[in-house]
Structures are given as structure tokens and as C-alpha cells.
Design a protein around this ligand. Sequence first.
Ligand code: GLY
Ligand code: MN
Ligand code: MN
Length: 438
Amino acid sequence: MDYRLRRQRLLRQLGEKGILIVPTATEQVRSRDVYFPFRPDSDFLYLTGFGEPEAMLVLLPGRAEGQEILFCRERDPERETWDGRRLGVDAARDFCGVDQCFDIRQVDELLPGLLENREILVYPMGRSMDFDERVLRWRRQAQARSRQGIRYPVELVDLGHLLHEQRLYKDPQEQERLRAAVGLSAAGHRHGMRQCRPGLHEYALQAEIEYVFARQGARSVAYPSIVGSGSNGCILHYTENLAEMQDGDLVLVDAGAELDGYCGDITRTYPVNGIFSPAQRDIYELVLASQLAAIEAVQVGRSVNDYHEAAVGVLVEGLRDLGILQESREEILERQLYRSFYMHRTGHWLGMDVHDVGHYRGQDGQWRLLEEGMVLTVEPGLYFAPDNPATPDRYRGIGIRIEDDILVSKQGPQILSEGAPKSIGEIEELMALGGVFQ
Ligand code: GLY
Ligand code: MN
Ligand code: MN
């Protein structure tokens, strides 16, 4: 990864009057003295590749002693015996290729001085109230010296405003990492399909899928896996995963691995017993047709809303054909009557974060146009919740979503998640093979 190039782009954008501060994430207590596994902040990781906690990047265009400073933990044999190895400032400087590296314990002492004579201060605003306060304290300290003729930042800018456009376009190395993360996610889904059977609990199916992720090097899931059987599939972010899966039900699995900082995000829905019932087929074929139409609309030059509209168009036709909605197509679209069964949008950007950064509309308020190197999900669904009075009896409790990860390319949509089967024929065939480890 060309971290240096990424920082250089930011330095150019910043100009001589700017200073940019990017902290990594803060370690979070899970309970008492146990912490959640540490995950670096994506912006910080994108700019440094540095994975340790307690670190901060500072960019200062035109500074004679060096434009790029990293703060990180100094070596400490005692702490390293307990908590693990640290690179230390010298090795971290070389690892990240920055100009200077200081002990993170010096940051409060050094930052006010670094702010002097900088007018524009860029940092991740509002992400952590503690960090906001800290930045404003440094700024106040710089301001206190203004009577001595020193200038201090008067313009505060959110980091995302400068950086997130860059992150939205995935370079070839990032595309490779995404391919790997999504490919591994697909392998997990394939394995899950083969293990699935009535009597297995949702958490056991989750474990089978996440086993494949972990076995191949993913240190985390990209988000908590959703394994919802029966009407649990109608709860969009169901993560309890506690129920025993029943013969005759579907199971909706939304699971993705995070590999080397990049996320997979795949949903497949399949019958617990391996064979779709006629009612399940009706809805599955409709969601699949809508998903295929949406993927076809993921083309360079088309808007990010086009593929949502393509999905909705097919769903609306199908809901009318099945007699679930009786109104005219125009009225259904106008009054968004489909939202009773399809209440979310058809996708989002994907990258280092599962709901990745980048605007969906331009400054003119128009939906932005797709360009090469963007990566997004396409994930239409239909959810017939049992307690929704509009749900027909035949489809009560059916929840289906099909989600793929797509690289926008001049050659047409590239489906990174094609390793996970999604036609009824392919799914039934794979499930019939049964639970052998692939
Ligand atoms: N897994 C979250 C989503 O599909 O957006
Ligand atoms: Mn998903
Ligand atoms: Mn998604």
C-alpha cells in the first residue's frame, strides 16, 4: 500500500497554512478489566498502515523539520512482557516512512506548539468527544500565545471532508484486498450452506461460517453476523442468533470477514432443509430478479440511485404480479407502498468500513455518478413480518435478502462475491452435498 502517496495527496490539499491530526481508535473496555479486541481507526490505518493503539498522525505542509509526524508508544520491556510487543518510535518511523516520530506521552506538550502559525486545523470532528475536547485545549493553548504575535487555527475542518473522497476510489492494491476479503466471506457462506440443517442453532451456523473466516486469517468479522431463521429473517439487524432452525423455514445469513483492514459484506438466504418451498421460491425469484437488474445498473456514468430504482422497479412489478400490492405501479412508487416489505436502500459503499465513507450526493444535491474503482453493495430484499397486517398468509414470516459486493469498472459490474451461490439451482445443489469441510 502506498501510504506515503496518500499522505502526500493530503499535504497538497492542505496547503501551507494547514495542519491535520488523525488519531487512531481508542481501546474500549468490554467489561471491568477486559477490553474489546483493538481495531485501528480506518482513516489512520489508511494513512499509515500502523496497527498499534495510542498513536496519532500529524501532517504539517512545508514544515522544515519534517512534514509528517507520528506519535506512538515508546518501547517498554515491562509493559511489553504483559501486553505484547511495540514497535517503538524509531522502528515505527521507518515502518511508516514518516519524517519524525515521538513518544505519544509527549503529544500534549508538543501539539500546541505545532499549531502555531497554522490557520486551518483538520481533524476528525465529533467522532470522540474526548478527542474534540483535547484538540480544542491544544488550540486554546496556541491561542493564549497570540498576543506574542503568533497565529493560531481559526478555521476548523472535518477530516472526512478532505480524506473521504480519496478513500472512496479503491486503487488496484485495495481492490486486491477487497477481493480477498470478499472471496473469503463467500467461502464462509458456501461452507455454511453445506452445514445447514434443521435442528442446528443459528449460533452454530454462525460459528461454522466464522470458523472459515478465522481459519484463513481473518482476525475479525466485518460486523456482527446476522443469522436469522424463520421470521427472524424479517429483523434487518437481527444478531441474537439464538433460535434452533426449523424444517421448512428459510435462514437469512448476512456475514462478512474483515481481512487486512478490508470488509466483505454478503447476504444469502436459503432453506434450512435445503429445498425451497413454492412460496419461498415465489419471493426468492423476485428478490433475485431485482438484484440482477440492480447489478446491471451498476455502470460507470450511471447514478448511485439508478441501481436502487432498478431494484425497486422489479420488486414493485413482482409484488403486483403476486397480488400482494394491488395499486398501480405509479401509485405504489409515488406513495412508496413497497416500503411495508422493502424498507431499506439497495446498497452502500464498501471498503475499510462496511458502510464505507464517501458522499452519495454531490454538492449540487444530485446523486453522484458511479466511477471506476468505487466498490458498493447491491442488497435488495423483501420482508413479510408476521405482525405486519399487510403480509399475506402465504408469505408470512418470509424474509429474504441477497447481497453482493460489486467493483464498478469500465468493463461492467465486477461481482467480487460471485463465489457464494445464489440461484435456487446452485444453492440446492450445494446444500445437497452436505456438511463436508471444503
Ligand atoms: N451487514 C450490514 C449491511 O448489509 O449493510
Ligand atoms: Mn450485509
Ligand atoms: Mn450491506
